[in-house]
Design a protein around this ligand. Structure first.
Ligand SMILES: Nc1ncnc2c1ncn2[C@@H]1O[C@H](COP(=O)(O)OS(=O)(=O)O)[C@@H](OP(=O)(O)O)[C@H]1O
Length: 326
């Protein structure tokens, strides 16, 4: 594919001289999109790596910051929508009229909660963060061991959403096909996921980094699961609200506020909104591609028994003794 046709975060045309020197010393690999470089144990496309390096150099955490973290295709958009809706409900309802649009009707969750390594630090090495009011909410696909170096000892809160890797894989395949407007070879994507060589991979270490972090410090890291958010949405939304320090009051629980947020942030509702059918992210990803089926177990329609077996064996090996179950 022609480099210029690629979305900005996948390209190699925004690198500082320092980064060019750095990547010439990093382990590298290639996939069907382009070159990947391994930095602090994680694979990045070049411009994304520049975003990560800019973040590491320039980000100054505030104690009240909230960071929503995930491996791609694990429920990021949903988690962002829920977090936005939880804080939005705290705003004084007298100051807004019925005609005011809810933020989720004005922009996609990715437009409201930016990724460090894409919207913010890929565009600029010194992005203007003054427009974010407290608590500032950001997101990232970086693994925890990278993130924590920049956060240092900041007590800011991190919410990680984890999803069954088999569904992550299927979701990623559909997303890549939609994004690149061509049918991506499923087998090679599968092999790269298993081997861990892919954007933000390896998946296995990514999940483990946040899982261990959440065990070490459950007050700082909340570990959520996509499957539990689907099976018991109200309980999980309440859990999220408590962790973020904005629990539902008794009155809210009685007046159906929890269910309203669940409904507002449902895939059906968000994907039906005008903004999510017409807009694009700054890196040219159409908003509608963040919404598909949102089903648990869709992998059964796509993976062969051999593929399932291979993943099961990797899970067994990687997560033995960690307490993490899939
Ligand atoms: N509101 C809501 N509720 C439930 N599920 C949702 C929601 N929004 C997005 N999705 C599904 O999440 C998958 C996309 O994952 P991410 O949002 O993590 O993608 S990304 O990393 O931000 O690109 C993708 O999953 P698949 O349908 O399995 O492909 C989306 O359909």
């Amino acid at each position: 594919m022609n480099e210029k046709e690629l979305p900005p975060h996948l390209r190699e045309d925004n690198l500082s001289e320092e980064t060019k020197t750095l990547i010439s010393s990093l382990p590298w690999n290639k996939d069907f999109i382009g070159n990947l470089y391994k930095y602090k144990g994680c694979w990045y496309y070049p411009n994304t790596l520049q975003g990560v390096l800019n973040f590491e150099k320039g980000f100054k955490p505030q104690e009240t910051d909230i960071i929503l973290a995930s491996f791609p295709k694990s429920g990021t958009t949903w988690l962002k929508a829920l977090t936005i809706a939880l804080f939005e409900r705290l705003k004084n309802s007298n100051s807004s009229s019925d005609d005011d649009l809810h933020p989720l009707q004005s922009d996609n969750p990715h437009g409201i909660v930016p990724f460090f390594e894409f919207n913010l630090y890929l565009k600029s090495s010194t992005p203007d963060l003054t427009k974010f009011s407290s608590p500032r909410v950001f997101s990232t696909h970086m693994p925890f061991h990278t993130l924590r170096l920049t956060l240092k000892d900041s007590p800011c809160k991190i919410v990680y959403v984890c999803r069954n890797v088999k569904d992550v894989f299927v979701s990623l395949w559909y997303f890549r096909c939609a994004h690149l407007e061509k049918e991506v070879d499923m087998k090679s994507l599968f092999e790269s996921l298993c081997e861990g060589v892919g954007s933000f991979g390896p998946f296995w270490e990514h999940v483990l980094s946040y899982w261990r972090g959440s065990l070490e410090d459950p007050k700082q890291i909340l570990f959520m699961r996509y499957e539990e958010m689907k099976s018991e949405p109200s309980a999980q939304v309440k859990r999220l609200a408590e962790f973020l320090g904005c629990p539902f009051t008794e009155e809210e629980e009685e007046d159906g506020s929890v269910d309203k947020i669940v409904e507002l942030c449902s895939l059906r509702n968000l994907s039906g909104m005008e903004v999510n059918n017409s807009g694009k992210t700054f890196n040219t990803v159409p908003y509608f591609t963040f919404f598909r089926k949102g089903e648990v177990g869709d992998f059964k329609n796509h993976l062969t028994p051999e593929m399932e077996n291979k993943i099961d064996m990797i899970i067994e090996e990687k997560y033995k003794g960690s307490g993490l179950k899939f």
